[in-house]
Ligand binder design. Structure first.
Ligand SMILES: NC(=O)c1ccc[n+]([C@@H]2O[C@H](COP(=O)([O-])OP(=O)(O)OC[C@H]3O[C@@H](n4cnc5c(N)ncnc54)[C@H](OP(=O)(O)O)[C@@H]3O)[C@@H](O)[C@H]2O)c1
Length: 298
Protein backbone atom coordinates (compact mmCIF):
# COMPACT_ATOMS: atom_id res chain seq x y z
CA UNK A 1 0.00 0.00 0.00
CA UNK A 2 0.97 3.64 -0.44
CA UNK A 3 1.46 5.78 2.61
CA UNK A 4 0.09 9.29 2.48
CA UNK A 5 -2.15 11.63 4.46
CA UNK A 6 -5.14 9.31 3.97
CA UNK A 7 -3.29 6.42 5.66
CA UNK A 8 -5.29 5.37 8.70
CA UNK A 9 -3.23 5.84 11.86
CA UNK A 10 -3.74 4.35 15.34
CA UNK A 11 -1.91 5.22 18.54
CA UNK A 12 -1.12 2.69 21.25
CA UNK A 13 -0.04 4.46 24.44
CA UNK A 14 -1.89 7.71 25.10
CA UNK A 15 0.53 9.70 27.24
CA UNK A 16 2.35 12.96 26.49
CA UNK A 17 3.96 11.91 23.19
CA UNK A 18 0.98 9.92 21.88
CA UNK A 19 -1.46 12.77 22.52
CA UNK A 20 0.84 15.48 21.18
CA UNK A 21 1.75 13.64 17.97
CA UNK A 22 -1.85 12.55 17.36
CA UNK A 23 -3.14 16.12 17.74
CA UNK A 24 -0.29 17.63 15.68
CA UNK A 25 -0.75 15.07 12.88
CA UNK A 26 -4.51 15.52 12.84
CA UNK A 27 -4.04 19.30 12.54
CA UNK A 28 -1.61 18.65 9.67
CA UNK A 29 -4.33 16.73 7.80
CA UNK A 30 -3.41 13.13 8.76
CA UNK A 31 -6.14 10.62 9.53
CA UNK A 32 -6.00 9.49 13.17
CA UNK A 33 -8.69 6.84 13.48
CA UNK A 34 -8.03 4.86 16.66
CA UNK A 35 -6.41 4.95 20.08
CA UNK A 36 -5.87 2.47 22.88
CA UNK A 37 -3.73 2.45 25.98
CA UNK A 38 -3.11 0.58 29.19
CA UNK A 39 -6.24 2.30 30.53
CA UNK A 40 -9.39 3.03 28.54
CA UNK A 41 -9.58 6.50 30.18
CA UNK A 42 -6.29 7.58 28.55
CA UNK A 43 -7.49 6.32 25.15
CA UNK A 44 -10.79 8.20 25.55
CA UNK A 45 -8.85 11.31 26.56
CA UNK A 46 -6.75 11.19 23.37
CA UNK A 47 -9.78 10.41 21.19
CA UNK A 48 -11.67 13.38 22.68
CA UNK A 49 -9.02 15.72 21.27
CA UNK A 50 -9.38 14.52 17.66
CA UNK A 51 -12.43 14.47 15.44
CA UNK A 52 -12.96 11.03 13.92
CA UNK A 53 -10.69 9.21 16.36
CA UNK A 54 -12.29 6.35 18.33
CA UNK A 55 -11.00 4.98 21.63
CA UNK A 56 -10.86 1.19 21.86
CA UNK A 57 -10.60 -0.88 25.02
CA UNK A 58 -8.22 -3.37 23.44
CA UNK A 59 -5.05 -2.76 21.43
CA UNK A 60 -6.14 -5.39 18.96
CA UNK A 61 -9.40 -3.58 18.13
CA UNK A 62 -7.50 -0.36 17.70
CA UNK A 63 -4.77 -1.75 15.42
CA UNK A 64 -7.41 -3.57 13.30
CA UNK A 65 -8.63 -0.13 12.16
CA UNK A 66 -5.23 1.14 11.08
CA UNK A 67 -2.68 0.88 8.26
CA UNK A 68 0.01 2.42 10.43
CA UNK A 69 0.35 2.17 14.20
CA UNK A 70 2.44 4.41 16.44
CA UNK A 71 3.57 2.69 19.64
CA UNK A 72 3.92 5.48 22.21
CA UNK A 73 4.04 3.43 25.41
CA UNK A 74 6.89 3.35 27.94
CA UNK A 75 10.03 2.02 26.23
CA UNK A 76 10.12 -1.03 28.50
CA UNK A 77 6.82 -2.45 27.20
CA UNK A 78 7.10 -1.75 23.43
CA UNK A 79 8.31 -5.27 22.63
CA UNK A 80 5.62 -7.06 24.65
CA UNK A 81 2.89 -4.78 23.21
CA UNK A 82 4.06 -5.43 19.63
CA UNK A 83 4.25 -9.19 20.24
CA UNK A 84 0.63 -9.22 21.42
CA UNK A 85 -0.74 -7.86 18.13
CA UNK A 86 -1.49 -10.00 15.03
CA UNK A 87 0.14 -7.79 12.37
CA UNK A 88 -0.52 -8.14 8.67
CA UNK A 89 1.67 -7.46 5.65
CA UNK A 90 -0.28 -4.31 4.74
CA UNK A 91 0.46 -2.60 8.03
CA UNK A 92 3.38 -0.61 9.40
CA UNK A 93 4.43 -0.09 13.00
CA UNK A 94 6.54 2.77 14.30
CA UNK A 95 7.86 3.44 17.79
CA UNK A 96 8.91 6.85 19.10
CA UNK A 97 11.74 5.92 21.44
CA UNK A 98 15.15 7.50 21.01
CA UNK A 99 16.86 4.86 23.11
CA UNK A 100 15.34 1.71 21.59
CA UNK A 101 16.43 -0.09 18.44
CA UNK A 102 14.10 -1.50 15.80
CA UNK A 103 14.72 -5.02 17.17
CA UNK A 104 11.72 -4.64 19.51
CA UNK A 105 9.49 -4.51 16.40
CA UNK A 106 10.88 -7.72 14.83
CA UNK A 107 7.78 -9.78 15.70
CA UNK A 108 5.71 -7.41 13.52
CA UNK A 109 8.29 -7.56 10.73
CA UNK A 110 8.17 -11.36 10.78
CA UNK A 111 4.44 -11.11 9.95
CA UNK A 112 5.25 -8.86 6.97
CA UNK A 113 4.62 -5.45 8.55
CA UNK A 114 7.00 -2.58 7.78
CA UNK A 115 8.87 -1.27 10.82
CA UNK A 116 10.41 2.07 11.69
CA UNK A 117 10.93 4.68 14.36
CA UNK A 118 10.26 8.38 14.59
CA UNK A 119 11.83 10.11 17.57
CA UNK A 120 10.81 13.71 18.20
CA UNK A 121 13.91 15.33 19.72
CA UNK A 122 11.98 17.50 22.13
CA UNK A 123 10.82 17.50 25.74
CA UNK A 124 7.14 16.69 26.19
CA UNK A 125 6.31 18.47 29.44
CA UNK A 126 2.63 19.00 28.54
CA UNK A 127 0.61 18.59 25.36
CA UNK A 128 0.11 22.36 24.90
CA UNK A 129 3.80 23.20 25.40
CA UNK A 130 4.94 20.31 23.22
CA UNK A 131 2.59 21.33 20.39
CA UNK A 132 4.23 24.77 20.44
CA UNK A 133 7.72 23.26 20.52
CA UNK A 134 7.30 20.69 17.71
CA UNK A 135 7.74 23.07 14.72
CA UNK A 136 11.49 23.40 14.15
CA UNK A 137 12.25 20.24 16.16
CA UNK A 138 14.35 17.43 14.75
CA UNK A 139 12.74 14.02 14.16
CA UNK A 140 15.18 11.09 14.28
CA UNK A 141 14.02 8.55 11.68
CA UNK A 142 14.81 4.87 11.16
CA UNK A 143 13.18 2.80 8.44
CA UNK A 144 13.50 1.78 4.83
CA UNK A 145 11.90 2.55 1.49
CA UNK A 146 8.39 3.94 1.38
CA UNK A 147 8.03 3.95 5.17
CA UNK A 148 11.16 6.09 5.45
CA UNK A 149 9.77 8.43 2.75
CA UNK A 150 6.45 8.65 4.56
CA UNK A 151 8.03 9.40 7.97
CA UNK A 152 10.20 12.05 6.30
CA UNK A 153 7.15 13.73 4.76
CA UNK A 154 5.32 13.45 8.07
CA UNK A 155 8.18 15.23 9.90
CA UNK A 156 8.17 17.96 7.24
CA UNK A 157 4.39 18.33 7.53
CA UNK A 158 4.87 18.95 11.27
CA UNK A 159 7.37 21.69 10.26
CA UNK A 160 10.13 19.55 11.73
CA UNK A 161 13.58 18.58 10.47
CA UNK A 162 14.02 14.90 9.51
CA UNK A 163 17.32 13.31 10.52
CA UNK A 164 18.13 9.78 9.32
CA UNK A 165 19.74 7.54 11.90
CA UNK A 166 21.84 4.44 11.40
CA UNK A 167 20.96 1.97 14.13
CA UNK A 168 24.58 1.92 15.37
CA UNK A 169 24.47 5.72 15.87
CA UNK A 170 21.22 5.78 17.78
CA UNK A 171 22.65 5.27 21.32
CA UNK A 172 25.05 8.20 20.85
CA UNK A 173 22.34 10.35 19.26
CA UNK A 174 20.05 9.75 22.23
CA UNK A 175 22.81 10.00 24.85
CA UNK A 176 23.81 13.42 23.46
CA UNK A 177 20.23 14.65 23.66
CA UNK A 178 19.77 13.31 27.19
CA UNK A 179 23.09 14.87 28.27
CA UNK A 180 22.04 18.25 26.92
CA UNK A 181 18.64 18.07 28.59
CA UNK A 182 20.24 16.78 31.79
CA UNK A 183 22.80 19.59 31.88
CA UNK A 184 20.08 22.20 31.43
CA UNK A 185 17.66 20.66 33.94
CA UNK A 186 20.18 19.41 36.50
CA UNK A 187 22.48 22.43 36.57
CA UNK A 188 19.59 24.90 36.49
CA UNK A 189 18.04 23.13 39.48
CA UNK A 190 21.37 23.24 41.36
CA UNK A 191 21.82 26.96 40.63
CA UNK A 192 18.20 27.74 41.63
CA UNK A 193 18.82 25.89 44.92
CA UNK A 194 22.00 27.92 45.52
CA UNK A 195 19.97 31.10 44.97
CA UNK A 196 17.42 29.87 47.53
CA UNK A 197 20.01 28.77 50.11
CA UNK A 198 22.51 31.59 49.72
CA UNK A 199 20.86 34.55 48.01
CA UNK A 200 17.45 34.33 49.71
CA UNK A 201 15.49 33.92 46.44
CA UNK A 202 13.02 31.03 46.55
CA UNK A 203 14.14 28.54 43.87
CA UNK A 204 11.04 28.78 41.65
CA UNK A 205 11.29 32.57 41.84
CA UNK A 206 14.96 32.18 40.82
CA UNK A 207 13.82 30.24 37.72
CA UNK A 208 12.06 33.39 36.53
CA UNK A 209 15.53 34.92 36.15
CA UNK A 210 17.43 31.79 35.10
CA UNK A 211 15.09 30.51 32.38
CA UNK A 212 15.18 33.78 30.35
CA UNK A 213 18.96 33.55 30.65
CA UNK A 214 18.88 30.02 29.15
CA UNK A 215 16.85 31.43 26.25
CA UNK A 216 19.41 34.22 25.80
CA UNK A 217 22.28 31.73 25.69
CA UNK A 218 20.37 29.56 23.19
CA UNK A 219 19.66 32.63 21.03
CA UNK A 220 23.36 33.63 21.09
CA UNK A 221 24.42 30.13 20.02
CA UNK A 222 21.80 30.05 17.28
CA UNK A 223 22.76 33.49 15.98
CA UNK A 224 26.54 33.31 16.34
CA UNK A 225 27.37 29.58 16.27
CA UNK A 226 30.51 27.99 17.79
CA UNK A 227 32.76 29.62 18.87
CA UNK A 228 31.01 32.99 18.22
CA UNK A 229 28.19 32.30 20.69
CA UNK A 230 30.48 31.14 23.53
CA UNK A 231 30.86 33.80 26.24
CA UNK A 232 32.02 34.18 29.84
CA UNK A 233 35.07 35.23 31.83
CA UNK A 234 37.22 32.39 30.47
CA UNK A 235 36.57 33.61 26.90
CA UNK A 236 37.99 36.98 27.94
CA UNK A 237 40.92 35.31 29.72
CA UNK A 238 39.84 36.84 33.02
CA UNK A 239 41.86 34.57 35.33
CA UNK A 240 41.14 36.62 38.47
CA UNK A 241 37.37 36.42 37.99
CA UNK A 242 37.51 32.67 37.33
CA UNK A 243 39.44 32.21 40.61
CA UNK A 244 36.88 34.31 42.54
CA UNK A 245 34.06 32.27 41.04
CA UNK A 246 35.71 28.99 41.99
CA UNK A 247 36.20 30.15 45.59
CA UNK A 248 32.62 31.39 45.91
CA UNK A 249 31.25 28.12 44.52
CA UNK A 250 33.56 26.21 46.85
CA UNK A 251 32.02 28.10 49.77
CA UNK A 252 28.70 26.53 48.73
CA UNK A 253 30.00 22.98 48.28
CA UNK A 254 32.76 20.98 46.63
CA UNK A 255 30.13 19.69 44.16
CA UNK A 256 29.12 23.25 43.17
CA UNK A 257 32.75 24.23 42.69
CA UNK A 258 33.44 21.14 40.59
CA UNK A 259 30.33 21.78 38.52
CA UNK A 260 31.63 25.28 37.72
CA UNK A 261 35.10 23.98 36.96
CA UNK A 262 34.12 21.04 34.74
CA UNK A 263 31.60 23.16 32.81
CA UNK A 264 34.17 25.93 32.27
CA UNK A 265 36.79 23.39 31.22
CA UNK A 266 34.40 21.90 28.64
CA UNK A 267 33.81 25.36 27.15
CA UNK A 268 37.44 26.51 27.34
CA UNK A 269 38.52 24.69 24.15
CA UNK A 270 35.85 26.54 22.17
CA UNK A 271 36.54 29.81 23.98
CA UNK A 272 40.19 29.45 22.89
CA UNK A 273 39.03 28.96 19.26
CA UNK A 274 37.41 32.39 19.46
CA UNK A 275 40.92 33.82 19.72
CA UNK A 276 39.95 36.60 22.18
CA UNK A 277 41.87 35.08 25.07
CA UNK A 278 45.69 34.84 24.87
CA UNK A 279 47.09 31.27 24.73
CA UNK A 280 49.01 31.93 27.96
CA UNK A 281 45.74 32.88 29.76
CA UNK A 282 43.93 29.83 28.34
CA UNK A 283 46.71 27.61 29.75
CA UNK A 284 46.56 29.40 33.12
CA UNK A 285 42.77 29.03 33.37
CA UNK A 286 43.00 25.37 32.34
CA UNK A 287 45.60 24.75 35.05
CA UNK A 288 43.47 26.56 37.64
CA UNK A 289 40.30 24.64 36.72
CA UNK A 290 42.09 21.29 36.77
CA UNK A 291 43.55 22.09 40.17
CA UNK A 292 40.08 22.80 41.61
CA UNK A 293 38.60 19.72 39.90
CA UNK A 294 41.26 17.57 41.58
CA UNK A 295 40.33 19.32 44.86
CA UNK A 296 43.74 20.98 45.12
CA UNK A 297 42.85 24.66 44.68
CA UNK A 298 45.84 26.86 43.83
N1 LIG B 1 8.64 12.45 27.15
C1 LIG B 1 9.50 12.87 26.24
O1 LIG B 1 10.02 13.98 26.38
C2 LIG B 1 9.81 12.01 25.03
C3 LIG B 1 10.47 12.60 23.95
C4 LIG B 1 10.69 11.85 22.80
C5 LIG B 1 10.29 10.50 22.76
N2 LIG B 1 9.69 9.94 23.84
C6 LIG B 1 9.28 8.53 23.73
O2 LIG B 1 7.86 8.49 23.50
C7 LIG B 1 7.32 7.29 24.10
C8 LIG B 1 6.21 7.68 25.06
O3 LIG B 1 6.73 8.52 26.06
P1 LIG B 1 5.76 9.50 26.91
O4 LIG B 1 6.64 10.56 27.47
O5 LIG B 1 4.56 9.86 26.13
O6 LIG B 1 5.35 8.54 28.09
P2 LIG B 1 4.11 8.71 29.08
O7 LIG B 1 3.59 10.12 29.08
O8 LIG B 1 4.51 8.11 30.36
O9 LIG B 1 2.99 7.81 28.39
C9 LIG B 1 3.17 6.47 28.17
C10 LIG B 1 1.81 5.86 27.88
O10 LIG B 1 2.00 4.48 27.64
C11 LIG B 1 0.88 3.81 28.14
N3 LIG B 1 1.24 2.45 28.46
C12 LIG B 1 2.10 2.02 29.41
N4 LIG B 1 2.18 0.67 29.41
C13 LIG B 1 1.32 0.25 28.44
C14 LIG B 1 0.93 -1.01 27.94
N5 LIG B 1 1.45 -2.14 28.47
N6 LIG B 1 0.05 -1.05 26.93
C15 LIG B 1 -0.48 0.06 26.39
N7 LIG B 1 -0.16 1.31 26.82
C16 LIG B 1 0.74 1.40 27.82
C17 LIG B 1 0.45 4.58 29.38
O11 LIG B 1 -0.90 4.31 29.48
P3 LIG B 1 -2.01 4.84 30.51
O12 LIG B 1 -2.04 6.34 30.42
O13 LIG B 1 -3.24 4.24 29.93
O14 LIG B 1 -1.64 4.33 31.86
C18 LIG B 1 0.81 6.02 29.02
O15 LIG B 1 -0.31 6.73 28.55
C19 LIG B 1 8.49 6.57 24.75
O16 LIG B 1 8.99 5.62 23.84
C20 LIG B 1 9.52 7.68 24.97
O17 LIG B 1 10.85 7.19 25.00
C21 LIG B 1 9.43 10.67 24.97
Amino acid sequence: MNFDKSTKIAFIGCGAVGKTLAVALSRAGYSIVAASSRTYDSAKNLASMIEGCIAYETMRDSTDQADLVFITTFDSVIQEVVKSIPWSSNQAVVHCSGATSLDVLKSAESKGALIGSLHPLQAFASVDKALQALPGSTFGIEGEGRLKDYLTQLALDLHGKPMFLRSEDKPLYHASAVTLGGVLMGQTAVIAQIWEDRLGVERNEALKTLVPMIRGVADALEANGIPGGIAGPYVRGDVGTVKKHLDSMKSVSVQAMQMYATTALAGLKFAAEKGVCKTKDVKEIEHLLNAYISKNPL
